[in-house]
Design a protein around this ligand. Sequence first.
Ligand SMILES: [Ca+2]
Ligand SMILES: [Ca+2]
Length: 246
Amino acid sequence: MIPGNNQYSVTGSAQKICTANGSFVSTRVLAPIWRLAKNRLTLVLIYAVASIWETKADTTPVQWVGNGHWYEAVFVGGSGISWSEARTAAHYSGGYLASIASPDENAFVYSLVSDPKFWKLNWNSEFGLGPWLGGYQSDKLAEPDGHWTWDSGEAWDYTNWAPVEPNNLYSAEDHLHLFGYYALMGTQWNDLAAVPQVYQSEEAIMGYVVEWNQVPEPSSLTFLGISVVFLSAHIRQRHKNKKQKV
Ligand SMILES: [Ca+2]
Ligand SMILES: [Ca+2]
């Protein structure tokens, strides 16, 4: 063992840690910490703190000169996030899921998420599933392209649907996201189920775009980070429970 690398060593039945000065610390000292860490809530909190820092490092709202509003692309990763969970997080931060009113605004929003980490191929690897936007259908009385509205309440004047979209596939697609048409990434739109895994278990949305009318308060961004972390933990637990039931 090389002292200073805090490596684990097993001597007989006792596990010890080699410290920077070459001495050994008995795991007896660490036992209470380990018992504490075994508590599930503690683990979630440790994960939350670590992830908040990671999220905050990624948290840089950008102003678009076209309307003076502020935007941020939020990456969730893992097994993804539902549209409703994304909207809840956006509202907690004082904003809303992004509304797009022009080709220029669409191009700007796409520029925030033109990174493969925000995208995931669909079940047969033909199309790219990008982040959630604020569009949704208020009811199912005018499928597939009627009664769409924005989370912000703005008028639904501009659209940028991909070919043959919206198609209301499985009669379940009422929520908007960026879409790669025969590509991983793209600037066009698709309608999708709020929880994509409901009909295609391989599919997931990796993030979303938040919009604020004014520059967001730093506390809002922290809260956004916390919301994302706990929503992610909730989603992971939900998937874990689902697997256990199968
Ligand atoms: Ca629909
Ligand atoms: Ca669709």
